[in-house]
Design a protein around this ligand. Structure first.
Ligand code: ADP
Ligand code: MN
Ligand code: MN
Ligand code: MN
Length: 344
């Protein structure tokens, strides 16, 4: 038997953006535990904005389990927060999202590494050389000395956990980076995104570095903001598609613009100004290979009879991938594909 360190991880009740929380349970198993072998656990919700003081017990329901390469005999246990009666806690958005196993999502998480209250590599006064060479850059003056080490260690932790990373890159601003996660169904990539965010924040503790997920940490300047582009496809979009269906879908996205923005992350008006890449927050547009649009249509999609995946560029770096995926599905499901293709 081995004493495993089970790190139960959940989202707290802070708004507009929940924080990740975790605590460790030690338990003996003959081998690495499966989800079914993990017990329910609890925590004091009055310390996490999830309960009043007098009846403060909240329940942790394990929903995904991952190896934790940073710890000897470590296990990462992603949980949903439940009420003592077994119903989902109001802060538990995952429990009620729309799902469809044919819907595939790829999220591009951008973020800043922050040290001493400013992006890693920024001088204590003023700014470094302007944006240009940092995106996908190489060399000490572009990326500094520890950023790449952090990013590489994070990648290895995520791969060891079985998280489906698809890539990483240095981003437009100094100290800004990106990773991409892909998954099938509304929950898989979203679960792994929250777990990857957790691993990044935990890893950077020892470097004295924080992760700044705000979508425009440098405010009203020309410095890049952070998004979390949501690439999506459904079985119908991949296999049938067609121009008429695509146009009906885009009309539905335009009609539901406000509902999308409501779950695409806080302070998004600071980022979606229409001045830089991506459309203004109150307007909707789409275009082939258009990085100034709300939705970018990849060349491959247009060339392939309007089949494949689309990129919603509006979600930001603090968005909740559960709610983003669910809203995209809701809008897609509002378009009756059979009717559109029959009319075409
Ligand atoms: P860019 O920076 O040019 O927008 P990235 O390579 O960073 O592109 O991200 C594109 C993402 O699209 C990938 O992470 C991938 O997961 C996702 N993707 C690719 N094909 C599909 C698909 N069929 N359905 C959903 N997402 C997809
Ligand atoms: Mn990208
Ligand atoms: Mn990017
Ligand atoms: Mn993108």
């Amino acid at each position: 038997m081995t004493k495993y360190k089970l790190e139960y991880i959940w989202l707290d009740g802070y708004t507009p953006t929940p924080n990740l929380r975790g605590k460790t349970l030690i338990k003996e198993y003959g081998s690495f535990p499966s989800l079914e072998e993990l017990p329910l656990w609890g925590f004091d919700g009055s310390s996490t904005m999830q309960a009043e003081g007098k009846s403060s017990d909240c329940v942790l329901q394990p929903i995904r389990v991952f190896p934790d390469a940073a710890r000897k005999d470590g296990v990462l246990v992603l949980c949903e927060v439940m009420m003592p009666d077994g119903t989902p806690h109001p802060s538990n958005k995952r429990a009620t999202i729309l799902d469809d196993e044919g819907a595939w999502f790829g999220f591009e998480q951008e973020y800043f590494l922050y040290k001493d209250g400013r992006p890693l590599g920024f001088p204590s006064d003023g700014y470094p050389a302007p944006q240009g060479p940092y995106y996908t850059g190489v060399g000490f003056s572009n990326v500094g000395s520890i950023a790449r080490q952090i990013v590489e260690e994070h990648l290895d932790l995520c791969l060891a956990a079985g998280i489906n990373h698809e890539g990483i890159n240095a981003e437009v601003a100094k100290g800004q980076w990106e990773f991409q996660i892909f998954g099938k169904g509304s929950k898989k990539a979203a679960d792994e995104m929250w777990m990857a965010r957790y691993l990044l924040e935990r890893l950077t503790e020892k470097y004295g570095v924080d992760i700044e997920y705000h979508c425009k940490p440098l405010g009203d300047t020309d410095w890049n903001g952070s998004g979390m582009h949501a690439n999506f496809s459904t079985t119908y979009l991949r296999e049938t598609g067609g121009k008429a269906y695509f146009e009906a879908l885009m009309a539905a996205f335009e009609k539901n613009c406000a509902e999308h923005i409501a779950v695409y992350g806080p302070d998004n008006h600071m980022r979606l100004t229409g001045k830089h890449e991506t459309q203004a927050i109150d307007q909707f547009s789409y275009g082939i290979a258009d990085r100034g649009a709300s939705i970018r249509v990849p060349h491959s999609f247009a060339k392939n009879d309007y089949k494949g995946y689309l990129e919603d560029r509006r979600p930001n770096s603090q968005g909740d991938p559960y709610q983003i995926a669910s809203q995209i599905l809701k809008t897609i499901e509002s378009v009756a594909s059979e009717k559109v293709s029959a009319a075409a």
